[in-house]
Design a protein. Structure first.
Ligand SMILES: Cc1ncc(COP(=O)(O)O)c(C=O)c1O
Length: 481
């Protein structure tokens, strides 16, 4: 025991935990960093191994450290508990054609212009992907079988890749056969094919609000109507509102992102997914599930896709490696359940096949065993970056700003005070070489005018911090002094 300043004896392990906690709070030990091993800490502080283990366990309980199997203890990113979260919006409960804001194209185009800070599109920085290894594999695939370049891909999937994807879903609690998969050109094609398989022009599609603007664009391009459903910032689709919508409208499909929804980042608890599935079955409606962020969870367990509850083939599961491995290889997939034949035919007319060279490159990467290791490292990077962005936004944005608390992925939804117009903010920020994604892009009729989606898939740097500060200043300038 050692003496505390209040003359109350403090156990040695608690004193060690306190001193490490202080180092974390001061930023000396930073989020995502590994703390010294138990043995090294015991030597450094001249205490027993048991004392260090007790101290680390206590810091785990306090939420400052996390143990990672076979790796050690890491500083856990922490968010201030009192941070207010965005409020749930109540969009009009009426289907309507989508008026997509032309700004979407600008946001996407500027995201690939290196002279802009890329806060707009949800694109991770290329340095986060194993591009060199992929480039080597891509070269080897072409060299080993050059005829691949001289043939059409006249099948639905390169079998070894489909088997690997199916194996991973089995691990995630959603058993699938590789034969149920259609490999697509990105998740974007999987979504388009799914929508075309279940609906025709004029039909209504229900979806979360705020919604990923890519969904809105696709719905518009297929001449469908969108019905926006209120979405809880933590747990996703509001099922009461969805039930009401299904009761009063002829809805052809529900588009849903149960894992780390874009843009709110919310994750649907398993019980809620089960209830959602029952609701879909009651009204005999299919779901188009976008699971693109599913592998990017911050906690130990990957969330189960809604597809795990699908006993009658009504879930069309769509995803890709675009956010986790290689956006530009454009390898995605669809497990369309009972719509398999229709999706296959549509794939055939849409793009014939997905290039086998690209499918084989991804498949070789997955089969080499490097994917899980890579995933662990980007998950940690994303978690750390989300934490750093959160902290900076809370520091630099106007008082009253609300923020999502995603448990995976790399985007934040920011609700600014009501007087801020983020379309105006976008113009002002663009003049300072900062690209943003204003909230208006995430709804059918330009709701969310005081909201902003932030891409945190960029390594932290003084320029990034400066960009966040500038955005905060520009937002503040819109408010009365
Ligand atoms: C939710 C969501 N779905 C689909 C896509 C498109 O994915 P891909 O690049 O694989 O076509 C994106 C890209 O930003 C996305 O955020």
């Amino acid at each position: 025991m050692i003496q505390s300043t209040h003359d109350k004896p403090v156990p040695l392990y608690a004193a060690l935990a306190d001193s490490l906690q202080q180092l974390i709070e001061q930023g000396t030990l930073r989020a995502g960093h590994r703390v010294p091993s138990v043995r090294r800490m015991s030597l450094q502080r001249d205490v027993s191994i048991a004392t260090v283990i007790q101290a680390y366990t206590q810091l785990e309980d306090r939420g400052f450290l996390e143990a990672r199997p076979q790796s050690g203890y890491y500083v856990r990113p922490r968010l201030p508990l009192e941070t207010p979260e965005p409020r749930m919006a109540r969009p009009m409960a009426k289907p309507s054609y989508v008026g997509v804001n032309d700004l979407t194209v600008e946001v996407m185009t500027l995201s690939s212009d290196p002279s802009y800070l890329p806060f707009g599109a949800a694109c991770p920085h290329p340095s986060l992907f194993p591009t060199k290894k992929l480039a080597r594999l891509l070269g080897a695939v072409g060299r080993d079988d050059p005829t691949l370049l001289g043939r059409y891909a006249m099948n639905w999937a390169y079998e070894p890749l489909a088997r690997e994807i199916a194996r991973r879903y089995l691990q995630a609690g959603a058993p699938l056969s590789h034969e149920e998969l259609v490999i697509t050109v990105g998740c974007a094609e999987a979504i388009t094919l799914s929508l075309r398989a279940v609906a025709k022009p004029g039909d209504t599609i229900a979806l979360e609000s705020p919604a990923y603007f890519g969904f809105l664009e696709t719905i518009q391009s297929l001449n469908l109507k969108a019905l926006e459903i209120p979405t809880e910032p933590r747990t996703g689709l509001c099922l009461d509102a969805l039930r009401d919508a299904l009761h009063h409208n002829e809805v052809k499909a529900v588009m849903v992102m149960p894992a780390f929804q874009n843009p709110l980042g919310c994750s649907m608890p398993d019980e809620k997914k089960e209830s959602l599935y029952r609701l879909l079955a009651d009204y005999d409606v299919p779901a188009i599930e976008d699971d693109i962020y599913g592998d990017l969870h911050f906690s130990e367990r990957r969330p189960k896709p809604l597809k795990a509850w699908d006993t009658d083939g009504r879930v069309l599961l769509c995803s890709s490696f675009g956010k986790s491995l290689a956006p530009s290889l454009r390898v995605g997939w669809c497990a369309p359940g009972r719509y398999l034949e229709r999706v296959r035919r549509l794939k055939f007319t849409n793009t014939l096949g997905t290039p086998v060279v690209l499918q084989k490159t991804v498949s070789d990467f997955l089969r080499n065993g490097g994917y899980d290791h890579h995933l662990r490292s980007i998950r940690r990077a994303y978690q750390n970056q989300v934490h750093l962005f959160t902290t900076a936004i809370l520091r630099h944005f106007p008082a009253g700003t609300r923020l999502s608390r995603p448990q995976g992925g790399f985007i934040l939804w920011v609700e600014l005070p009501a007087g801020v117009d983020t379309l105006q903010l976008h113009q002002n920020a663009r003049a300072r070489k900062i690209n943003t994604a204003p909230g208006a892009l995430f709804s059918v009729k330009e709701r969310y005018r005081n909201c902003l989606r932030m891409n945190c898939g960029i390594p932290w740097s003084p320029e990034v911090e400066h960009g966040v500060r500038t955005l905060g200043e520009l937002a503040r300038a819109q408010l009365p002094a």
